[in-house]
Design a binder for this molecule. Structure first.
Ligand code: SAM
Length: 305
């Protein structure tokens, strides 16, 4: 493992540019809570600053997968591996990277989005992975904040008075799915535990990891409400990262316990100023090792369209 530096910023730099997340090409069909569209410019800089292109980017907590998809689309690594534990989310990735992708795109295009149709479709028992995928996309695009965890409600007012349909862009979703299908040779999707996969690849110096776990570290429990699978052993995750031969970039909510775990391992921490969906300024942590950091911008908006 390369030499680590510890660098804490008490104050963010003040000259950061606001990046419009709308300028980042959206590839994911999900609206994902905690989605990392805002970090895409950073990921590009990180990977393109490497002397050689990484043979693999591994994303152990893939969720909506915007980083993995962008890396595959822009060929910033030879290959991409996405891992996700949630079977609802996994059904979507299995389908998109299979010959059922076109079926899914057509289902979305043909669906007449009314509250009754949504409720009737979601009440059915999915008989196949692709049915499960369609139900997940439907739920994701019609629930508040794209939240799939139990307890999340359906959009009633939505945007511009469009109610439940306010996030259902059928043409756009079908286009994204068809585009992703063309990238299938560059992406491996694994339904499973990202911690196990991380553990199994520790000795590989040719891979890089983008790690965006559910935010459930002590003191930060938001992840419980947002994701169906949110409990992970954060301390163990940090220990695995310490042992990894490959470079990593981790993101976390700004929190003392997270900083402590990073400091204990001598990781580099940066507090990234950004604006949340309510335009309040907040910070996220970027934790990493082994590479120099270019200046990066203030970003706005958390969520993919
Ligand atoms: C913060 S979200 C990732 C968001 C993602 N970076 C994006 O841009 O959409 C964390 C994800 O980790 C998943 N997850 C939780 N525990 C996991 C585990 N042990 N292995 C793999 N995925 C897990 C959750 O279901 C959730 O989708």
């Amino acid at each position: 493992m390369k030499q680590l530096s510890l660098f804490e910023e008490d104050q963010p730099p003040y000259n950061r540019r606001i990046v419009n997340v709308a300028s980042v090409p959206q590839l994911s069909p999900f609206r994902y809570p905690g989605g990392k569209t805002w970090l895409v410019p950073e990921i590009r800089k990180w990977l393109s600053s490497k002397k050689t292109r990484p043979s693999e980017l591994i994303e152990p907590f893939a969720g909506g997968g915007i980083v993995s998809l962008t890396v595959a689309n822009e060929q910033l690594a030879d290959h991409v591996t996405m891992i996700e534990l949630d079977p609802d989310v996994a059904a979507v990735w299995h389908t998109i990277f299979s010959n059922d992708a076109e079926w899914l795109a057509e289902m979305i295009l043909d669906f007449e989005l009314t509250i009754d149709n949504v409720q009737a479709t979601l009440a059915l028992t999915a008989e196949s992975v692709r049915d499960h995928a369609f139900q997940t996309i439907l739920r994701n695009r019609t629930n508040h904040g794209g939240i799939l965890a139990p307890g999340s409600g359906v959009l009633k007012h939505g945007e511009n008075g469009k109610g439940i349909a306010s996030r259902w862009y059928a043409d756009t979703l079908a286009k994204r799915i068809r585009r992703l299908f063309t990238l299938r040779e560059r992406i491996t999707f694994i339904e499973g535990d990202g911690m196990i996969h991380l553990n199994e690849t520790l000795c590989r110096g040719d891979v890089v990891y983008f790690i965006d776990p559910p935010y459930t570290a002590p003191g930060k429990r938001a992840g419980r409400r947002l994701y169906s699978y949110s409990e992970i052993d954060h301390d163990n995750l940090f220990s695995l990262c310490k042992m990894a031969e490959g470079d990593f970039m981790m993101t976390y909510d700004d929190n003392e316990s997270v900083c402590d775990m990073a400091k204990q391992r001598g990781f580099h921490i940066e507090r990234v100023p950004m604006k949340n969906t309510h335009h309040a300024k907040m910070f996220e942590l970027l934790i990493f090792t082994g590479f120099s950091r270019p200046e990066y911008p203030v970003t706005s908006g958390h969520q993919a369209a």
